[in-house]
Write a protein that binds this ligand. Structure first.
Ligand code: NAD
Length: 354
């Protein structure tokens, strides 16, 4: 890489530490807010209520309908409820789905957001919102979408089930791996990519052995922050395009899709820019980056085949069409035949050739 770059730091204030979510009152007050609405999925409603209780008079209640892929009708209900209650900030407690709801509200109303992530998705540090209406998922970017404060408290991830920890962690690695060859990468994002991938590579196997290992949880969340920051600052390519296609048009689950596709897409691109992908080989070993990522994912119990998630072999033709229809930047030229072959390997769970 030549030293010729633009770097824009994220506007989000990052607070990291075991027990850090205990200071949530301080951060609501720091934003000069007095009427917070706590957001969560139905699954984490009890945790949201406990957080609302901790906020005491600073909370006006909870909204616990956050849903994967951020459906617009849910957002509209949340915005209406916030207006009724005179809310001046949201506190989003959960994974990318809950963060997505808070971001969707901020996109419409510019409301301030505090996010307390409990997965490794990385959405909390990006200015990107994906939302769904009438079965179509679209993506928008805006500075309004970036949360004001992100509180990373590893203790809140101790109960993240092992299966979700694995797929969510691989989802985070995917952001950083694509960051290594992004056309707008810079020395800072490359450093963050390498350190983020390394942290997750070390933490994920430790979590499988011992899901409540505090040091491993801390390292995994630290890696997730770095990888998410990379996602928010530079462009993504083939891997994210294919995962967006599969999730948006075939409703495959988000983190699992990233986990399955990762060795195939990164391997495919690594063959065009091997010098940029040496960090993957340094961190994972292996003959090639794609094979090394495949072996790692398999060793930590990741799902390996798209066919296990409701996708038929015939769907692969349409997925290849959608994913190659519009041009986008990618280190290796996008060729429909090659992408169809790559999808076939991911569908059947075959170790990639590159
Ligand atoms: P999720 O937020 O949908 O969470 C999955 C389930 O796990 C939910 O029921 C949730 O309540 C539960 N959960 C979360 N944390 C838990 C914990 N610690 N313990 C037990 N259960 C827990 O899953 P996700 O993978 O974090 O997020 C996926 C969504 O995020 C997708 O919609 C995706 O598009 C979006 N996303 C957006 C960006 C972006 O920058 N815009 C980046 C990454 C992901």
């Amino acid at each position: 890489m030549t030293l010729d770059f633009t770097y824009q730091a994220s506007a989000a204030r990052i607070v990291f530490g075991n027990g850090a979510s205990g200071d949530v009152v301080k951060w609501v007050e720091a934003l000069d807010c007095r009427r917070a609405l706590v957001l969560s999925t139905p699954h984490q409603a009890a945790d949201a209520q406990a957080l609302s209780n901790r906020l005491g008079p600073l909370s006006v209640g909870t909204f616990t309908e956050a849903t994967m892929h951020t459906p617009v009708d849910v957002t509209e209900r949340a915005v209406a409820r916030a207006a009724e209650l005179g809310v001046d900030c949201v506190v989003s407690l959960g994974g990318g789905s809950t963060t997505g709801l808070g971001k969707a509200m901020a996109y419409r109303t510019d409301i301030q957001q505090i996010v307390i992530p409990t997965t490794y998705a990385g959405s909390e540090v990006t200015p990107i919102l994906g939302q769904t209406e009438n079965g179509v998922k679209t993506t928008v970017r805006s500075p309004k979408i970036t949360p004001e404060v992100v509180i990373y408290d590893p203790q809140l991830t101790l109960g993240l089930p092992v299966g979700m920890s694995v797929t969510s962690g691989l989802n985070a690695i995917a952001h950083a791996a694509e960051g290594l060859y992004a056309p707008d990468r810079n020395p800072i994002t490359t450093m963050m990519s390498i350190d983020g991938i390394r942290a997750l590579k070390e933490a994920l196997p430790a979590l499988i052995d011992s899901p409540r290992d505090g040091a491993a949880r801390e390292k995994a969340l630290y890696g997730a922050w770095l990888c998410g920051t990379v996602l928010g600052q530079i462009s993504m390519s083939l891997h994210h395009k294919i995962c967006h296609t599969l999730g948006g048009s075939f409703d495959t689950p988000h983190a699992e899709t990233h986990s399955i596709m990762l060795p195939h897409t990164i391997g495919f691109n690594a063959s065009a820019v091997p010098e940029l992908m040496t960090p993957i080989s340094d961190i994972f070993g292996g003959a090639t980056p794609g094979q090394a990522l495949y072996d790692f994912a398999k060793s930590i119990g990741s799902p390996m085949a798209l066919k296990d998630f409701g996708l038929s072999e015939a769907d692969l033709d349409r997925a290849a069409d959608i994913a190659t229809r519009n041009p986008y930047s990618n280190p290796r030229p996008i060729d429909r035949t090659a992408i169809r072959a790559l999808l076939q390997d991911a569908w059947s769970g075959t170790r990639p050739p590159y």
